[in-house]
Design a protein around this ligand. Structure first.
Ligand code: DAH
Length: 341
């Protein structure tokens, strides 16, 4: 009888040590120690039928000791299991199903830039690039902003030294592309730009896409036709645009294109400041002095140019309120946003 009790307790200890989770452990406590029909409890009740008093006392004591040991083993294993998640002490269970994988998504800025490339490629534009660390000369002087020009101040420039800076816009690539490819040409320049700015609609690093179209006889009608086609392709056929006079040093005349509000559709809301319209891009006919700086004869050729913030276009297209969300890489934000893209 005593041997049986030791054998049962031994098995109980083995099973407790191997218990894989708290539920299994609780099952073992019931099976061995449960008040009503736990194996050891039942044996303890059975000793009343042993005639020999001394044998009964001995067995009772043995069973009590074993109950205590099994109970302590269960408590010890419970503590182990409870902290296993924290210290990875858990035995490796290769049969457990893997946690579901979360698929990554392209960033909305990447999606928007790809869409822009695709739309302008259909119109015969090729993609060109230029350096992000740029000469002051290209960034400002050659696009009609000589030293001392007031428009330089509005750019909050990161200077590297007297002659170099982080480009504040993609417009210097107009000059580089003109010098390299001459006329005629049709190019877009998607790329990074940098300004000392940081709030819900500005970041120190952002993206622009510059466009440049040069040929004989290019007129405002070409500019409007091209950019209206773009707006409908990118924002959908229901999008409406309007043109407003503006000023940029590198274009003459200059126009700003506005888009009917993506939230209210034009009736007026807080996003559009109750005007029904949102600024989308700057554009104009390339200033003759800029053509000349790019080595192109303004008496023979004319052109139009435009520049647009890619983050801004993505925010309007996908309804993102704070530009900073685009760069936090939180998959809970990126998934629904780019799924709707
Ligand atoms: N470079 C201007 C900016 O960063 C945007 C721009 C406006 C570019 C008009 C152009 C243009 O090419 O024609 O604010």
């Amino acid at each position: 009888m005593t041997d049986d009790v030791h054998a049962i307790a031994g098995r109980a200890m083995d099973e407790v040590a191997a218990a894989g989770d708290l539920a299994e452990l609780e099952g073992l406590r019931q099976r061995y120690l449960g008040r009503r029909d736990g194996t050891l409890s039942t044996l303890r009740r059975g000793i009343g039928s042993i005639g020999d008093v001394e044998a009964r006392r001995q067995l009772g004591q043995t069973i009590n000791e074993l109950v205590t040991r099994v109970s302590e083993a269960i408590d010890g294993r419970r503590a182990q299991l409870e902290t296993a998640g924290e210290d990875h002490d858990e035995p490796l269970d290769l049969t457990r199903p893997a946690p579901p994988l979360r698929r990554g998504r392209l960033n909305p800025v990447t999606i928007a830039a790809g869409e822009m490339r695709r739309i302008f490629a259909q119109l015969g534009y090729t993609v060109v690039g230029g350096p992000e660390v740029e000469y002051d000369r290209y960034n400002f002087t050659l696009v009609n902003q000589p030293p001392g020009h007031p428009a330089r101040d509005s750019h909050d420039t990161f200077y590297i030294d007297d002659s170099r800076l982080l480009r504040t816009h993609t417009s210097p690539v107009q000059i580089r592309s003109m010098l390299q490819h001459g006329a005629p040409q049709r190019v877009i320049v998607p790329g990074k730009s940098f300004r000392r700015d940081y709030d819900a609609s500005h970041l120190p690093m952002f993206h622009q896409v510059e466009g440049l179209c040069i040929d004989e006889g290019i007129a405002i009608s070409d500019l409007k036709g091209t950019l209206e086609y773009f707006a409908h392709s990118f924002f959908g056929r229901d999008a409406r645009v309007r043109w407003r006079p503006h000023h940029f040093p590198f274009t003459e005349p200059s126009l700003e294109m506005e888009l009917s509000c993506v939230v209210c559709g034009g009736t007026g809301c807080s996003l559009c400041g109750h005007t029904g319209w949102l600024e989308l891009l700057g554009s104009g006919l390339v200033h003759p002095a800029v053509l000349r700086n790019g080595g192109i004869d303004p008496d023979r050729y004319s052109g139009f140019a435009f520049g647009m913030g890619i983050e801004r276009a993505a925010m309007l297209a996908y309804g993102v309120q704070d530009i900073r969300l685009l760069y936090e890489n939180d998959v809970r934000f990126l998934q629904p946003v780019s799924a709707g893209a």
